[in-house]
Design a protein around this ligand. Structure first.
Ligand code: UDP
Length: 254
């Protein structure tokens, strides 16, 4: 196979030039990092599962009219996406107190929040992704007030939809992180959902037992990480064809 041009390599994914202009191939790795790269590891089969989970959730979101960068899944570890100009903001939506919110405000993990809380972080590893306000975002020109309006509305719709979808299969959406991009079509610009939605960037708990089914199992050395991701996929009805043994998938790709 011809070598493809590598556009960007992140912590959990690689982006390659796509087959047509305006497209990219998003490759999901098994690598995991936490605490701004200080903790590193591998979760066998994670890339395969996240590729499936993110495909599934992006398709369901597209069905309710959320514009996304997702085009189609290509194989076990790759999906075709539209090339977008990523807005350098991480949007965190929270329904239940956990992680940095619990730490910052001394709220016990698991406390239901009276309403969903949206937070913004500036995507910058060197600065440790500092939390920012709308004022910072518009003053520094990372997004316009109109972009932010779209981002907020989309994030709340995504949250409502995903909460219901997951609760329907026995899971609680505690919090999650989204990224958005600008997609230019003719002279028009649209804000679309980008990146991925998977247990790498969501906190998902079992609805009955509150057992963690996400990357916190890796962050907190709880074990059973791959099994938890698998269980999320199983409940969504999308475990890869060959069953659990199939998830390691092809290792080489170039
Ligand atoms: N998150 C993420 N990438 C980041 C930071 C957070 O995907 O760089 C997700 C994380 O998985 C969780 C939510 O955003 O679902 C809120 O994370 P939090 O601010 O509590 O930070 P953490 O405790 O993960 O450091």
């Amino acid at each position: 196979m011809a070598r493809r041009r590598r556009i960007y390599e992140g912590k959990a994914k690689v982006l390659f030039e796509g087959p047509e202009p305006g497209t990219l191939v998003q490759y999901f790795k098994d690598d995991a990092t936490a605490f701004n790269n200080q903790k590193r590891g591998t979760i066998t089969g994670k890339g395969v599962l996240n590729n499936r989970i993110s495909e599934y959730l992006m398709l369901r979101l597209a069905e309710i009219g959320i514009p996304t960068h997702f085009v189609r899944r290509l194989n076990m570890r790759e999906q075709l996406v539209r090339e977008v100009e990523i807005i350098p903001i991480e949007v965190v939506v929270r329904n239940v107190a956990a992680g940095s919110l619990s730490k910052r405000f001394g709220v016990e993990e698991g406390t239901a929040l009276p309403r969903s809380i949206i937070e913004y972080y500036y995507k910058n590893d060197q600065l440790g992704d500092p939390m920012v306000s709308e004022e910072h975002i518009t003053a520094f020109g990372w997004a316009t007030p109109q972009d932010l309006d779209d981002i907020l509305n989309l994030s709340l719709r995504i949250n409502d939809f995903l909460c219901g979808l997951l609760l329907g299969v026995g899971m609680k959406l505690v919090d999650f992180k989204l990224e958005f991009g600008r997609l230019w079509e003719n002279e028009e610009m649209r804000i679309v959902l980008a990146d991925e939605i998977s247990p790498d960037n969501c906190r998902i708990w079992d609805a009955k037992t509150n057992e963690k089914m996400d990357k916190d199992r890796f962050r907190r050395d709880m074990g059973g990480v791959a099994e938890a991701y698998q269980e999320v996929a199983r409940r969504l009805g999308i475990l890869p064809e060959g069953g659990p043994g199939d998830v390691a998938g092809p290792k080489t790709m170039q």
